[in-house]
Design a protein around this ligand. Structure first.
Ligand SMILES: [Zn+2]
Length: 564
């Protein structure tokens, strides 16, 4: 049986949990180096990390008893350690000159304060009291005698008058464990030797390093935290600037209805689309994007803000922001009207486009009629009921009050305008002030189309116009023949645009003779190319009956126009 070589999900989760616990145990850097507000560092940094997080021993051995006869109880004061940590809480008062008076738990703020001020002054002239063994501390202990008899002051050594005990400054602030000089000692026997041992001990030296590091950080106002913070802020600003530029690119492309993506996502490739292309163009002149491009090239960053997913996310965010702004303006205007239109998209899904119109009154800018496109709603039920339901749901999501609607405008589809079951009729049942106005252009198109279909002459005429358009537009060489003879081109008919009929009639009205010449040339050209079908069709169109008919129709059109 093959042995499993990878970890199971459960063991991975356990390992992650253990690693998290281990991480929690590690003292935070800010514990050592956080600066206090009076050295121009934000107060929350010092507040967030408390000394007892990194030195749990301090709180556990909080009895603060002094060795030997000089046993005493340290005055328990409150520090700023959060109660949630399960440790005692005391005030962040400045520490006194007497280390015997210091609380068992010293907050970061207090550490920073006392390090900034330096250790309490050693009072050499003080009359140090004798203990029961007739021993006492002497001021000579404040000095260490070097091999060359030179005396060096032990600035770390502190004497507590109150407790008649000595403490080590740095071990008291930064030390861990049960060190006598951290808790304080009044055992004066063989003190010189013990002080020397303490001074050369690794624990003490580590604490000295922490003390000096913090002190230099405070003096230079550049603690490690601060440098790290600056680096963090710089990085944050960089990415904010990147996102700002990406958002601008998204707005630029969206405003112009340009496609974002190309056929690939490779930087440097001309087919990578408009989004990446614009990014590359801007990177030539903009330091922020140029830095991002360099980082990507050097594989220094996995974060790019350039992927299609991010593009989509940015589009969504920009869209929702624009929509929010539009809806806010609409609510300010209070009354509005709605335009709905349904059409299938390329994937044959029925989409309901929704536009809201309202009047915006800005003091200085005057009055503007605003038209806000809200979006496409996917609809499966295209009956009046289904469309109304889709609209009401969207309106509800946007927080628009249907009672404030004063107008509705749709095309003449039965599902929209139907007087019993159409959207407009159903809407009027909800709000009888939402006046329905049918789309003017659509109504015109219906009128013209129906009129054109009502006469067999008109049907024949428009069919002839379309045949002329089709025969010339089916190849570039035929189109060239047309342009050689006519100053304007022929137009086809569009079923949904009533104006297209007028546009299609114009070439015949003004250039009938030129058109006949173009058809003759096309016939000859087709015969040369041995294209019988085209030659026959061109010949048929040149039929005197057709041309006479066209001429008659054009006269009618001329007369109609001149009568207007
Ligand atoms: Zn020490």
């Amino acid at each position: 049986m093959s042995k499993r070589t990878y970890k199971s999900g459960a063991s991975k989760r356990k390992a992650a949990k253990d690693a998290e616990k281990e991480l929690e145990k590690i003292p935070k850097l800010s514990t050592y180096f956080a600066l206090q507000s009076n050295v121009q560092v934000q107060a929350h940094e010092t507040d967030s990390a408390s000394s007892n997080e990194s030195y749990p021993e301090i709180s556990r051995s909080a009895s603060s008893e002094v060795e030997g006869e000089a046993s005493c109880s340290t005055k328990q004061t409150v520090t700023d350690i959060p109660a949630a940590a399960g440790k005692e809480v005391s005030e962040s008062e400045p520490l006194t000159d007497d280390p015997g008076d210091w609380p068992s738990i010293i907050s970061d703020r207090q550490v920073c304060d006392i390090v900034a001020c330096g250790p309490p002054q050693q009072n050499e002239s003080y009359e140090f009291p004798f203990n029961e063994e007739r021993r006492r501390f002497t001021s000579t202990h404040f000095y260490r005698t070097m091999a060359n008899d030179e005396k060096i002051r032990c600035s770390w050594l502190m004497y507590s008058v109150q407790k008649d005990a000595i403490f080590c400054f740095c071990c008291k602030l930064f030390g861990t464990g049960d060190i006598p000089l951290r808790r304080g000692t009044s055992a004066w026997k063989a003190l010189s030797k013990r002080l020397q041992q303490h001074e050369t001990g690794k624990g003490h030296q580590d604490c000295m390093v922490k003390w000096f590091d913090l002190r230099s950080g405070i003096v230079n106002r550049t603690s490690f935290d601060q440098l790290e913070l600056q680096a963090f802020l710089k990085e944050r600003d960089f990415w904010r600037n990147v996102v700002k530029r990406m958002v601008d690119v998204v707005i630029f492309l969206s405003e112009r209805n340009l496609a974002f993506r190309g056929s690939n996502e490779k930087l440097g490739d001309p087919s990578n689309g408009n989004f990446l292309g614009l990014f590359e163009l801007l990177a030539k002149y903009d330091t922020v994007l140029s830095e991002l491009l360099q980082r990507i090239k050097k594989a220094e960053t996995h974060v790019q803000y350039l992927s299609p997913q991010i593009q989509n996310e940015l589009i969504q965010l920009v869209a929702s922001n624009i929509q929010e702004a539009n809806i806010a303006q609409l609510k300010k205007a209070k009354y509005y009207s709605v335009i709905l239109d349904c059409t299938p998209d390329v994937s044959h899904e029925e989409q309901l486009s929704m536009v809201l119109r309202f009047v915006e009154c800005n003091g200085e800018d005057g009055v503007n009629i605003r038209e806000a496109f809200v979006g496409f709603l996917n609809v499966h039920d295209t009956t009046g009921e289904g469309l109304l339901e889709a609209f009401l749901e969207k309106a509800n999501n946007l927080g628009i009050d249907i009672a404030d609607m004063r107008g509705q405008a749709y095309d003449n589809g039965a599902n929209m305008r139907g007087k019993n079951k159409g959207v407009q009729a159903r809407m009027l049942e909800i709000n009888d002030r939402a006046l329905y106005v049918p789309c003017g252009a659509h109504t015109w198109n219906l009128v013209i189309s129906d009129a054109a279909k009502s006469s067999k002459y008109a049907i024949d005429f428009f069919s002839l116009i379309n045949r002329i358009y089709v025969i010339f537009s089916s190849s570039p060489s035929r189109w060239d023949i047309l342009q050689e003879h006519m100053p304007i081109s022929v137009k086809g008919l569009l079923e949904t645009h009533w104006e297209s009929r007028i546009d299609a009639v114009k070439p015949l009205r003004y250039h009938l003779e030129e058109l006949c010449n173009a058809l003759s040339s096309l016939r000859e050209y087709a015969l040369e190319k041995k294209d019988g079908n085209t030659a026959t069709e061109a010949g048929a169109l040149l039929d005197p009956y057709h041309m006479a008919f066209c001429s008659d129709c054009v006269h009618v059109v001329r007369y109609t126009i001149s009568c207007q």
